[in-house]
Design a protein around this ligand. Sequence first.
Ligand code: 6YU
Length: 515
Amino acid sequence: PPARPRVLIVGAGLAGLGAAQRLLFLLPHSRRSCFDLRLLEASGRVGGRIRSGKLTGDQVVEMGAHWIHGPSSGNPVFRLAAEYGLLDGEALSEANQRVEAGGHPAGPSVCYSSRGQRLPAGLVDAVGLLFSSLLEEARQFVRADRVPVPSVGQYLKEAIAQRLRDGPEEEEEEEEEEEAKRLKLALLSMYFKLECCVSGTHSMDLVALGPFGEYAMLPGLDCTFPNGYGGLTDRISASLPKGTILFDKPVRTIRWGRACLEETTGRSFPVQVECEDGEMLLADHVIVTVPLGFLKAHQETFFSPLLPTRKMAAIKHLGFGTNNKIFVEFEQPFWEPDCEMIEVVWVDESPLAEPAADLQASWFQKIPGFIVLQPPERYGYILCGFIAGKEAEFLETLSDTEVLMALTQLFRTATGNPQLDPPKKILRSTWHSEPYTKGSYSYVAVGSSGDDIDALAQPLPEEPRDSKPLQVLFAGEATHRTFYSTTHGALLSGWREADRLIHLYDLPESPHAVL
Ligand code: 6YU
């Protein structure tokens, strides 16, 4: 048989695994696949930023991706997870798929103030609605010629300041009015921090206003994997022929635009991949799925010759921040059995004021809240705190004991109970320190746009007339213009690059095959 095109995929996260599955099972009934393919993975596991861990016993906790955002038929992660039987009945129900919630389940929650009081649910909800409506306004500039300010943060802050100026000025009960205003601003500050976690950024001032609305939301109430998100990538990996994935095989440099002769076969290959262990692998095509954080840190040495200027600028200007999770387990809950979310509001904060600069003294104030892992019969009493930005990166320099002490203090302050028992266990992510990730996920930063995402996704060489086409292809969440920062964006990007190769060889397109 004629030699098959040789493909190397760098990274065995969802993008890389999805591309491999699509290329290998193109002809489901043929024993021989159309491509000679291998995946090179730097770590010893598949999944990348999908990583399910264990705190104690059997309860699975998600260190990375948590929800399927918009679990409905238009979401390929939902479809694949459903085909593999990884979701529960509620997530699969038609009713769940139809919900247009634009986000996570809004179950019963409690909001504490740093004065040790519960804030009235009506007030919290009202401020939450105001914040959502302002965010919605911020999404309206996609097709606008001009933006009033560069960032989402500035837009939100100006809208809030305007409302304060326009608000009724009551002469009487002035002090009470002032206090209510302060509390609303403190609540808004909590919602800003929550949004930093959603966008994976230090500050909403870094998120570009114009392209903000390009991120697309699918219908369906966000759902989780009862036995862990990792089941998805494990199943895809198990479907690939043994030996397809080479683990602990970090790639150092991708040399493209060459003509390397392989002595054993007499074939010439345009790409040479140098691994950290010194091994050199030759390929017709390389699909790069490494995170944008890794590209930002290594693009000068990862490609030889350097990437075209436009692509280098895209890597530099697109945003890639840190969102970390802190799981804490308690002997006894201090929350009601059906509570799904615990928020904490620092009463002296305002989104209109400069944020605190002393990370050591106040890093934990950046935590907007904790998800309660439900139901208790499955998890016991576990909270999952989330924190984004420089504070999340600072957290990675602290010991578990230091974090536990700070959180115990936070819970005591919020509940007003100085005797509250400390959590008995802690487990946290350190995405910024992960050498092959260097953060959590991408966002469109001030100074960049959706065009940068498309530029990043463009294969090399850009003008293939004189050389072999599609030598280096780019996938991964940061290359999807409307679904960046998600697992479905990652999977679709892998399929997109697989399809590019399938079309190049004029092979019949087939839907992905799940074994
Ligand atoms: C989602 C969610 N979610 C929380 C947290 C994180 C992420 N995401 P991978 O990194 O997986 O794979 C690359 C591989 O390459 C990896 O294995 C490396 O080891 C390897 N590699 C690197 N360098 C190499 C080298 N040199 N050689 C060889 N191998 C190398 N997504 O859908 N739902 O709830 C969350 C969340 C804490 C960290 C998430 C979520 C993001 C996904 O996890 C992520 O996109 C994909 O897994 C990436 O897959 P991949 O294959 O591309 O890379 C308006 C607007 C707002 C926009 N944002 C709104 C959306 C909010 C996103 N939500 C996130 C929230 C949570 C909680």
